[in-house]
Design a binder for this molecule. Sequence first.
Ligand SMILES: [Zn+2]
Length: 84
Amino acid sequence: MFEWLRKRRAEEPTSVVDPVCGMSIAPARAAATRTVGTRTVYLCSPACTDKFDRDPSAFTATAPSSSHQEEKHGHRHGGGGGCC
Ligand SMILES: [Zn+2]
């Protein structure tokens, strides 16, 4: 009856994808996390963590999410800051 209460936990983190094996996991269940730049990577197991640590760039270069092309072409700063 109170099922709507469970669905409205806005603070609950969404599931993340382990870039090594591609498995979806809950952040709280990650065996380890790595911060690469502004991105946090979650590893599902020590084995995946080990693989990631050997070559982090190999797993962070390509996003395993649905949006595999993130405007890499013609990136501009159009905010009016005039940094460059
Ligand atoms: Zn994994």
